[in-house]
Design a protein around this ligand. Structure first.
Ligand code: FES
Length: 109
């Protein structure tokens, strides 16, 4: 993995999300606990709803447009044959680190 710093964990509200800009494009970062974050695609595969504006519950998010529910660990939609991309992410010393290679692979796709 090739970790890159994409911002402070405090920039993302707890039980909320923010879209953070990286050199490899934007990524939606969800914060489900003080030190627990997930980095995923912001675009719902149904009709492109902005998942970062959805409701965060447990380790899932509900799309704000038509209420599909995505597991932030796997990216899979509950009860639908669809999923979102997930990226390796961790918090270290209050900073959010994401795997640059995974993001770059997405950009190239
Ligand atoms: S756009 Fe997300 S559920 Fe329809």
């Amino acid at each position: 993995m090739s970790w890159v710093d994409i911002g402070a964990v405090e920039a993302v509200p707890e039980r909320g999300a923010r879209v953070l800009k990286t050199a490899m494009g934007c990524v939606a970062v969800f914060r489900t606990g003080p030190e627990e974050v997930f980095a995923v695609s912001d675009t719902c595969p149904h009709k492109a709803g902005p998942l970062s504006e959805g409701i965060v519950h447990g380790q899932s998010v509900t799309c704000p447009l038509h209420n599909w529910v995505f597991d932030l660990n796997t990216g899979e939609a509950q009860g639908e044959d669809a999923s979102i991309a997930t990226y390796p992410v961790r918090v270290e010393a209050g900073r959010i680190l994401v795997d640059a290679r995974a993001l770059a692979a997405r950009s190239a796709a």
